[in-house]
Unconditional design. Sequence first.
Length: 65
Amino acid sequence: MKKNQKKANWWQVFKGVAASMLGVQSNANYQSDFEQPSFIPFVVVGVIFVLGLIGLLLVVVNLLV
């Protein structure tokens, strides 16, 4: 981690995970994410994001069927 690099807060982690999953993450943000001291917040937010997406899809399918 660079000396002037700050630890990402939860909102920044969420934005990074969402942008990555949607395929619109900029290279600068991608590099910033990989310079973070821990990957655990990204894993936690990623799992929550995927579970939320699955839940949303289940709700939409149940409404349509």
